[in-house]
Design a protein around this ligand. Structure first.
Ligand SMILES: Nc1nc2c(ncn2[C@@H]2O[C@H](COP(=O)(O)O[C@H]3[C@@H](O)[C@H](n4cnc5c(=O)[nH]c(N)nc54)O[C@@H]3COP(=O)(O)O)[C@@H](O)[C@H]2O)c(=O)[nH]1
Length: 858
């Protein structure tokens, strides 16, 4: 029998309400399940499924009660349990499907099918549990339709719930709406399901009294229990969420704290400065990696066990304690307090200390010490311990740089001896001390005799080598209290403090004289350098460095004038007589002004023909008293004073101006050989000077031959090479003077394009007596020719020498046997005479082979 559909609205409303509450609770479960893992997740799943399933089942039960009321009906307990199981299964599959991390249509469809199966089981078993006869029956088509609707509904539900998981921002609203819809939907489904049920006829009489009657006990019980379970579930999910949120916040805070601690540690550890924290007594609490590296102790050795004081030099701590005691007018102990006293609130003490490391070596450090308090009093934390933060910077590099700069400023780079600046500092102290103790201070000026010649002939490198040897000898010869200073190129000073008697300083200088005069062995050669020494003394000769230096200088010149290699002590007599060298300097200047210089010319002969092919210009100085000085006597001084440039230029212009006249007298172009000092050669103006001279005098470039010495090539060969190339580019000839006396090697000759080699006089002189010199001369001639250079022999004094040179194929020769150097007018006569005789001989068929000696003006 099909009964009319009568139902109790109050139970329906209650059922729908419970479904909504259950659905809302379900969202809470979903939330928790989606954030928990492991065992907790499983427990929550079971509990959630049970609570949710019971809620659904209650809704079903109340729905059934609302539609199929009969007071006296009994229920099959197994079927009721199956129905309840269906509800729990529904909840379980729904939760599973929603909280699955991978949401695919297949997952959601499977979930929907299983859920629908659960709901169906719940309803069919629930209705079938009503024990009536005949049994409650179902309308199959309507049941199928209901099943389909249930599946679709479940699918949509799972999708919506899964979606609400991703949009948590609108969680409360969407969950509330979702819960309302879920309640209405599930109830709708239930009721749709129920209308497919056919009730047996015996239910009819029961219907009437049920209409609007009071609740049965079971209905109230189920509704109450469900409400309680829902409330408990709601509370527990909320609590769980709250606790979970708290736990997450705490975990996040701990993680953040750990992260920032790790970052802080990493920063401190990666700092290049040594960072050490100590307690208030200096006991180390923490160290960073740089501190471990700098001090050489392990972190374990330092932390807790060591005091920072152990790194400090006790003498420095003591010194600082004394300084602070004076400054603060209270006793500061020489311990950790001396390091930290100047630190305070906001105060940082920065100063340099010396740290002693584990292996005993010391490191200069700049230390910043500041107070350190752990904990935060303001925030009410435990008032932390007081301590100190010590930051140490290794300033070894800076100290080294400072030392290098000091060395550069105060010491001579070649010899490492103190320079004038340091002498000035030192002499002030020495004079002050000597004044207090009524002692004397002696100052000795040491000048090396003819050192320039070594430089010129052996080159600057060899000169430096000699200076180094002499500097060491000087240091060894003086007393330990004396100070050896290098003032200039070959000028040294010895400061001798604490002199009681002048004899002492003279004794020291006699030792110096002896030590410096010893031979020097350099590159297989034995060199002799002698010093000239002048001594002055405080307080008799002066009270300051300049006066003492000037007077020691005068004494030194006196020593030189006595024949060099001597010691002279300053005296009033020396002061009154003009220094010969100083006098020479001013006399040279005067000589330039008064044209006291003149040139003599020595003819150069072509050996094969005997013809005069050139002349060499040689300077002389005629002094006001009529005496004539040799260039050997004044050229070195002119070089030292720089007057050589002026004098050299004058020689070049004067000689070149005469060549036209000489060539006319000789009836053929002659070449003019001019000596160029190494100083002139290095002068950047040389090239323009030569060009100007050629232009103004009209000399053909090929007629001009510049004689240079071997020394210039050794100085800075690249520059010398450049100068030679540029001179040759002008068309000027270059001759290598005094060949064989210096360091000329085939290597140099190949590198420098030389037009002529001049064999030194010493070899030519020795040719007659020594076979060796003969061989050497022959070799030089061959070598010169192999390099396409002409060869001139100097100092030919005998016919035999001339003969030898002729046989050996030497190109040109000059020497007293051929012609002496002569004044211009004498040379003119000489040339004219030769030309005339040559003309006569030519007319008579005899060649002028024999040269005629010139006038001697030496
Ligand atoms: N920078 C300059 N140097 C110059 C200049 N004039 C000369 N000098 C150099 O001075 C050195 C000595 O020169 P001097 O006294 O003139 O002697 C020359 C000749 O007189 C001498 N000579 C020539 N023949 C003989 C000889 O047969 N016997 C002998 N005993 N002496 C002789 O030789 C000197 C020339 O030598 P050199 O120059 O090497 O050809 C000397 O080094 C000159 O270079 C000048 O103006 N500037």
């Amino acid at each position: 029998m099909k009964l009319p559909y009568l139902f109790r609205p109050d139970l329906i409303a209650l059922s729908v309400l419970l479904t909504m509450v259950s659905s809302y609770t379900a969202f809470g479960f979903i939330d928790i399940l989606s954030t928990t893992t492991g065992r907790r997740r499983h427990l929550w799943l079971v509990a959630s499924a049970a609570a949710m399933g019971f809620g659904i089942w209650s809704m079903h039960f109340l729905g059934v009660q609302a539609f199929l009321p009969h007071e006296s009906a009994t229920y099959s307990i197994p079927l009721v349990l199956v129905s309840l199981g269906g509800a729990v299964f529904t909840a379980l599959t729904a939760l599973f499907a929603v909280v699955r991390r991978t949401q695919t249509p297949l997952v959601q469809l499977t979930g929907a099918l299983l859920m629908a199966g659960g709901i169906f089981t719940m309803h069919i078993a629930g209705v079938a549990a009503i024990q009536a006869s005949p049994a409650v029956s179902f309308h199959p088509t309507a049941a199928l339709l209901t099943a389909l609707v249930t599946i679709v509904g479940c699918g949509v539900g799972i999708k919506l719930a899964a979606h609400s998981q991703t949009d948590r921002g609108k969680a409360l609203l969407s969950r509330s709406i979702g819960a309302v819809f879920a309640g209405l939907g599930m109830a709708g489904l239930l009721f749709l399901c129920l209308v497919t049920v056919s009730l047996p006829a015996q239910f009819a009489p029961l219907l009437q009294p049920w209409m609007g009657s009071a609740d049965s006990l079971s209905v109230v019980g189920v509704a109450g229990v469900t409400a309680l379970i829902a409330a408990a579930a709601l509370l527990s999910t909320s609590m769980d969420r709250y606790l979970d949120k708290e736990a997450r916040i705490k975990t996040a805070m701990i993680a953040q704290l750990q992260k920032s601690n790790a970052l802080r540690e990493a920063i401190v550890d990666s700092a290049l400065l040594a960072i050490i924290s100590t307690d208030s007594n200096g006991v180390i609490r923490s160290v960073n990696r740089a501190a471990v590296q700098m001090l050489g102790y392990t972190a374990e050795e330092m932390v807790g066990g060591m005091s920072i004081l152990q790194f400090h030099d006790p003498a420095e701590v003591e010194e600082q304690a004394i300084r602070l005691s004076v400054q603060l007018q209270r006793g500061i102990p020489a311990d950790f307090e001396a390091i930290t006293t100047l630190t305070g609130d906001q105060l940082l003490d920065e100063r340099e200390w010396t740290y002693r490391c584990c292996d005993g070596h010391t490191v200069p450090v700049r230390l910043s010490v500041s107070p350190l308090q752990t904990g935060n009093q303001q925030s009410g934390d435990m008032p932390g311990d007081h301590g100190f933060l010590v930051i140490a910077q290794d300033i070894t590099a800076q100290k080294n740089a400072e030392q290098t700069m000091r060395r550069m400023a105060l010491y001579d780079p070649l010899t490492g001896l103190p320079n004038r600046t340091l002498l000035e500092e030192q002499i002030m102290r020495s004079l002050a001390l000597a004044g207090r103790h009524r002692l004397q201070v002696s100052l000795a000026v040491i000048d090396l005799d003819r050192f320039k010649q070594i430089n010129d002939s052996l080159g600057r490198l060899a000169g430096d080598e000699v200076l180094l040897v002499l500097a060491r000898r000087l240091e060894e010869a003086v007393r330990t209290s004396d100070m050896v200073v290098r003032l200039g190129s070959d000028e040294f000073v010895v400061l001798m403090p604490g002199i009681v008697h002048p004899r002492q300083s003279q004794d020291v200088m006699q030792r110096v004289l002896q030590a410096l005069s010893e031979p020097i062995f350099l590159e297989g050669q034995e060199l002799y350098v002698t010093p000239s020494i002048g001594i002055s003394a405080f307080p008799n000769d002066g009270h300051d460095l300049n006066t003492l230096l000037r007077k020691a200088d005068r004494a030194m010149y006196k020593a030189k004038s006595r024949g060099r290699n001597a010691v002279a002590v300053f005296s009033s007599e020396i002061e009154s007589e003009p220094s010969s060298l100083l006098a020479m300097d001013s006399a040279l200047r005067r000589a330039i002004k008064r044209n006291e210089f003149f040139l003599v010319y020595q003819p150069i002969f072509h050996i094969a023909t005997g013809n005069v092919v050139g002349v060499e210009a040689l300077i002389r100085w005629q002094q006001p008293d009529g005496s004539v000085l040799s260039p050997v006597e004044f050229i070195p001084l002119a070089e030292e004073t720089g007057l050589i440039f002026k004098i050299g230029e004058w020689v070049l212009r004067t000689a070149c101006a005469k060549i036209g006249m000489f060539s006319r007298a000789a009836r053929g172009p002659l070449r003019m050989a001019v000596n160029i000092s190494p100083y002139q050669f290095r002068d950047p103006q040389l090239l323009s000077c030569v060009k100007d001279t050629m232009e103004s005098t009209g000399i053909e470039p090929a007629q001009l031959e510049l004689e240079i010495t071997e020394g210039v090539l050794l100085d800075d060969s690249s520059e010398a090479e450049e100068t030679i190339h540029r001179l040759r580019a002008l068309g000027v000839q270059i001759a290598m003077d005094d060949f064989g006396t210096g360091y000329s090697s085939l290597g140099y000759l190949k590198r420098f394009p030389i037009d002529r080699l001049k064999i030194d006089r010493s070899f030519v002189t020795g040719m007659e007596s020594t076979r060796n010199d003969q061989t050497l001369t022959e070799a030089v001639i061959k070598m010169g020719h192999s390099l396409n250079a002409q060869v001139t022999a100097e100092g030919v004094e005998t016919a035999l020498q001339w003969q030898y040179l002729h046989e050996q194929g030497c190109d040109d020769a000059q020497g007293f046997h051929l012609a002496r150097p002569m004044r211009a007018e004498q040379l003119l006569e000489f040339l004219l005479d030769r030309a005339a005789r040559a003309g006569e001989q030519e007319a008579t068929g005899i060649l002028a082979h024999l040269p005629i000696a010139g006038f001697d003006v030496n």
